[in-house]
Design a protein around this ligand. Structure first.
Ligand code: IPE
Ligand code: IPE
Ligand code: MG
Ligand code: MG
Ligand code: MG
Length: 328
């Protein structure tokens, strides 16, 4: 495993040296251009790097046991907005962290996200058969294997994160950050609250807590890990937390809105399921117009919280807009 990860790291470094570095320098020259075109240029330059790092982080499908590794690759390497790795790289721009230093954290958070989706889709949870426009892992393979895929991806995330080129103290902080965000006081706890709320009623604060835990915690970890990668001389900036809390909640509200406003083909997942399953969502608690309004306000708050930050905030602004653009 560590051989694979080392090979991945070496390949990442040599590929970063071959061509993207020049591109990063050129991008740095237009770092304060806040136009959507500039953000798109940044995003499109980052996506191949993120995808390549994910490829390298997963054992080849031929590795024993091949069916498990095939399914892990299926779960991770399909389509997906790669929002969390993009956020990690975007927050790195605030601290001028070299992309090399962020690759492991960006990859690890996406592996946790992919694991959470595999488990979220299981018959015991949301029982969904469509994800990112194709069959969910338990449908494509089988339920037992999907459980193991989630387990293995969770473990692989920390394997990758532990190989971040940083000092031991920084590594410890990174692992603590991602573990906290993924576990019972973060994503997994949020999923438990989500299941416990089925068929019942939640008040506004309970729903917000649920959403912040199941979705917001990983979004927050994505930006906080970039700050940690910047080194101990950089404090964790409260404005970045405000930004992440706002877009994390907005993302889940917009996801709730999508569930009742879009069709399955557009969504790439089964539409209309939340209401059918008695899920507690922003739409079920607040109604559609107020949910839309709240999502828009949160995106505005996210933009505001970036105002006093140093460095290149264009990618963070752009990612907030990208989430908002998906609001139907
Ligand atoms: C989907 O997350 C689940 C939620 C937490 C809302 P994304 O909307 O980031 O899904 P992908 O990664 O692009 O498929
Ligand atoms: C969030 O909630 C999923 C996770 C935190 C894994 P949903 O259950 O609404 O996500 P989708 O709609 O299945 O992507
Ligand atoms: Mg769910
Ligand atoms: Mg779901
Ligand atoms: Mg949903």
């Amino acid at each position: 495993m560590s051989f694979l990860a080392n090979r991945a790291l070496m390949t990442l470094r040599s590929s970063a040296q071959k061509q993207p570095m020049n591109r990063f320098l050129r991008l740095n020259n237009v770092a304060y251009d806040r136009t959507p075109a500039s953000f798109e240029q940044w995003r499109k330059a980052k996506l191949p790097r993120i995808q390549f790092a994910l490829e390298c982080a997963l054992p080849p499908a031929t590795t024993e046991p091949p069916r498990l590794h095939h399914a892990m690759r299926y779960a991770v390497l399909g389509t997906g907005k790669r929002l969390r790795p993009l956020l990690c790289h975007a927050a790195g721009e605030i601290f001028s962290v070299a992309p090399d230093a962020l690759d492991h954290a960006a990859t690890a958070v996406e592996l946790i996200h992919a694991a959470s989706l595999v488990h979220d889709d299981l018959p015991a949870l949301d029982n969904d058969d469509l994800r990112r426009g194709r069959a969910t892992v338990h449908v494509q393979y089988d339920e037992a294997l999907a459980i193991l895929v989630g387990d293995a991806l969770f473990a692989q995330a920390f394997n990758v994160l532990s190989q971040t080129p940083a000092e031991a103290e920084c590594l410890t902080r990174l692992v603590k950050e991602l573990a906290g965000a993924s576990g019972s006081i973060g994503l997994t706890g949020g999923e438990a609250l989500d299941l416990a709320a089925v068929g019942g009623t939640l008040d506004v604060m309970q729903l917000q807590t649920l959403h912040q835990m199941k979705t917001g915690s990983l979004i927050r970890a994505s930006v906080r890990m970039a700050a940690l990668c910047a080194g101990s001389s950089h404090p964790l900036i409260p404005e970045l937390d405000h930004y992440a809390n706002a877009i994390g909640l907005a993302l889940q509200i917009i996801d709730d809105i999508h569930d009742i406003t879009l069709d399955s083909a557009t969504l790439g997942k089964t539409a209309g399921k939340d209401a059918r399953d008695g899920k507690a969502t922003y739409v079920s608690v607040h109604g559609l117009p107020m949910s839309r309004q709240h999502a828009t306000q949160l995106i505005e708050q996210a933009h505001d919280s970036l105002q006093t930050l140093p460095g290149n905030t264009t990618p963070l602004h752009g990612l907030a807009d990208m989430i908002h653009r998906h609001l139907p």
